[in-house]
Design a binder for this molecule. Structure first.
Ligand code: FE2
Ligand code: FE2
Length: 155
């Protein structure tokens, strides 16, 4: 079966989730927490862009050539990348534009943007795992090995 893990991305997501939760806790909310949140959300955005770029330029076209009947499903996975990247970029942007005071005064926008990101990311990780496990059975051993080769090295 094809395996494509998102462990590094997922652990960075959990890290940023904890920082976002910290914003809502007056005992934790501080200038350094805001700065850390922006920095870690930026790192997450960059890791995601690298991961998605790798999938869209390498792994997905390769799979679409091997299994043309799956092109629509592959395109749907690629489209999800845009909304995930858009939502985390919005978190970064909102954090950068706000001072700690304005961010604390109205946490709604950044929390909504992060929730949107989190929901889309979680759904995508699951959809991608299900897709790969399903198409795995349509490949012979050589093809599976070739796909695994292309998946190797990605975050
Ligand atoms: Fe992925
Ligand atoms: Fe993906």
């Amino acid at each position: 079966m094809l395996v494509h893990d998102h462990d590094i991305l997922s652990s960075q997501v959990e890290h940023v989730t904890a920082l976002v939760r910290g914003l809502t806790n007056p005992a934790l909310n501080s200038n350094s927490l805001c700065a850390e949140l922006i920095q870690q959300a930026e790192l997450l955005r960059d890791q995601l862009l690298e991961h998605f770029g790798f999938e869209e330029e390498g792994a997905f076209p390769f799979l679409a050539d091997l299994i043309p009947s799956e092109k629509a499903n592959i395109n749907a996975l690629s489209s999800a990348h845009d909304s995930i990247a858009g939502a985390i970029s919005q978190v970064v942007q909102l954090g950068r534009l706000a001072s700690r005071e304005t961010l604390t005064a109205d946490l709604g926008p950044i929390i909504n943007a992060y929730d949107r990101f989190y929901t889309a990311f979680s759904a995508h990780v699951q959809a991608e795992a299900e897709f790969l496990s399903r198409v795995s059975s349509a490949l012979d051993d050589n093809q599976r090995r070739a796909v695994e080769e292309r998946m190797r090295g990605v975050l």
